[in-house]
Design a protein around this ligand. Structure first.
Ligand code: PMP
Length: 384
């Protein structure tokens, strides 16, 4: 592993070297079968057992309630931008097949950065020609920022949720902009999570959807049980790309074919939550290798103390980097050149915003983050 760089990539991201070594062995021989993991049938009893274990590791560490299914899909976060709209519109149509005069199906979007905007754009194109469907921007954080940028979560007073929406979307961690809902945010937080759960419509099974792509398995999910759908591309914290993990409440496993007969948009099977769930996540060939690495990463997480232990380490990593940033800002510097020579890679900001971005996913070790912080401090010294 001595040739390996410290990898701060935003995704695909660093994976633990011990897991990569285990996965290398598994590529040649999975679970003593004499067949490699990339070659074995997804319906073999050995793989099915591994899949069950992987699901159990997620359920246990995130404390997923029995009301929710854990599903393994493909198509990434982008696939889910469409899937959540299609499945939740189908759900709404089955609940309310006909709309009264003036009634609408409203999709609520909370905009806090590029990914929530991308999700809204996908919803726009999927619903543009549908009668009775309207998109509502609950809040646009950029318009409220003094910098006219996606640089903070909005104050709770600025949210305008619809009274009876078919979907409420938010992105828990905006990977490009670095905006996360948390109690440490600058908004006027009255809720321990930073997201205004207390403002949501009351007394219903809420159609609340959260994009957890870049924070999944980095800390517990607050109010998990209140969500209809939580999804995450696995390529940040737990696996190679190609796997999307979903947590779906059972009332969202709807018969999309029946809904289509009532006027809902038709849903391709691979995007249908019921199809995935009825087929126990293997109605068609799943991303076997990505699931394998995810399972190995989750086993390792459990052995190292589970999600809470990772939450603690991740908090320390974040605080250390932010401390160094503040120090640099106070002294009026920041740029990032020369990190490459120190074995640090993928620190370039997203192409849309520039600057520097260090992603501190689970597999980035505390000592590695300290190397970055040390470099940042040296840089500040040299520039001031
Ligand atoms: N949502 C978030 C928060 C993301 O960070 C990303 C990818 N970086 C996406 C969605 C899109 O995911 P994918 O590339 O898996 O389609």
């Amino acid at each position: 592993t001595s040739t390996r760089s410290i990898n701060f990539s935003a995704g695909p991201s660093a994976l633990p070297p011990s897991v990569l070594a285990e996965a290398t062995a598994g590529l040649l021989d999975f679970a003593g079968t004499g067949i490699g993991i990339a070659e074995i049938s997804h319906r073999s009893k050995e793989f099915m057992a591994f899949l069950d274990e992987t699901e159990a590791l997620i359920r246990e560490q995130l404390q997923v309630p029995s009301t929710h299914r854990v599903l393994f899909a493909q198509g990434g976060g982008t696939g889910q931008f469409a899937a959540v709209v299609l499945n939740l519109l189908a759900r709404d149509v089955l609940v309310r097949p006909t709309l009264a005069e003036g009634e609408e199906r409203v999709l609520d979007y909370v905009l806090t950065g590029s990914w929530s905007k991308a999700a809204l754009k996908e919803a726009q194109q999927l619903t543009a020609a549908l009668p009775g469907v309207r998109l509502n921007t609950v809040v646009d954080a950029k318009a409220l920022s003094p910098n006219n940028a996606y640089d903070r979560t909005p104050p709770h007073s600025a949210y305008n949720f619809s009274p009876d929406p078919a979907l409420i979307f938010y992105c828990e961690n905006e990977t490009v902009n670095g905006v996360q809902f948390s109690k440490a945010s600058e908004s006027d937080v009255v809720d321990e999570t930073g997201f205004p759960f207390h403002l949501l419509p009351k007394g219903k099974l809420l159609p609340l959807v959260a994009d957890y792509s870049s924070s999944f398995m980095s800390r517990p999910i607050p109010r998990l049980a209140d969500h209809a759908v939580i999804y995450a591309g696995a390529q940040k914290n737990i696996a190679p790309a190609g796997l999307t993990i979903l947590i779906v409440r059972e009332d969202c496993l709807v018969d999309t074919a029946a809904a289509a007969l009532l006027g809902a948009p038709p849903v391709p099977s691979v995007l249908s939550y019921k199809y995935l769930s009825d087929g126990k996540s293997v109605p068609n060939t799943p991303p076997v290798f990505s699931i394998y690495v995810a399972g190995l990463v989750l086993r390792r997480m459990k052995a190292l103390g589970g999600l809470e232990a990772f939450e603690d380490v991740n908090r320390r990593k974040k605080e250390s980097v932010y401390r160094a940033i503040r120090e640099g800002e106070e002294r009026g510097v920041f740029r990032g050149k020369g990190a490459g020579e120190r074995g640090m890679k993928s620190l370039k900001g997203h192409r849309s915003v520039g600057g520097i971005r260090a992603s501190l996913y689970n597999a980035v070790e505390e000592e590695e983050v300290e190397k970055l912080v040390e470099y940042m401090r040296e840089f500040v010294e040299a520039e001031t």
